[in-house]
Design a protein. Structure first.
Length: 119
């Protein structure tokens, strides 16, 4: 699956600073909800030059068994969302914008794979 811009619906609870991915698609609408509960926002995520370079070089984007995003170059870990993995393998951590994009990308990729398997 190529790295293309993705439209995502994000939710940010009122009591939290962390946004949460709700949905991915081309026809997303913001639900009507009281601002006291949190806010929804439709965003357009684009892959960074770093991700595009890794993809061009043949890297794979995967989730670890613990659900952390990893980038593999052949059999070598090239970057990770997990700080402990980064220290253990001497690789850089993923930028937050890359984590946000890859979270949506991996969900869209797996969703597309599941849809093609169910036919």
């Amino acid at each position: 699956m190529p790295l293309l811009p993705l439209s995502v619906l994000m939710y940010q609870p009122a009591a939290s600073s962390a946004r949460r991915l709700v949905d991915i698609g081309s026809d997303l609408t913001v639900p009507a909800v009281s601002a006291s509960h949190g806010t929804y926002e439709v965003l357009r995520l684009t892959p960074s030059m770093r991700l595009l370079t890794w993809r061009r070089e043949g890297a794979r984007f995967e989730l670890s068994h613990a659900g952390r995003i990893q980038i593999w170059a052949g059999r070598r870990l090239a970057a990770s969302e997990c700080a402990e993995e980064c220290r253990a393998h001497g690789v850089p951590p993923l930028e937050q914008e890359d984590v946000a994009y890859l979270e949506a990308y991996l969900l869209a990729r797996d969703r597309a794979g599941n849809n093609s398997n169910s036919r």
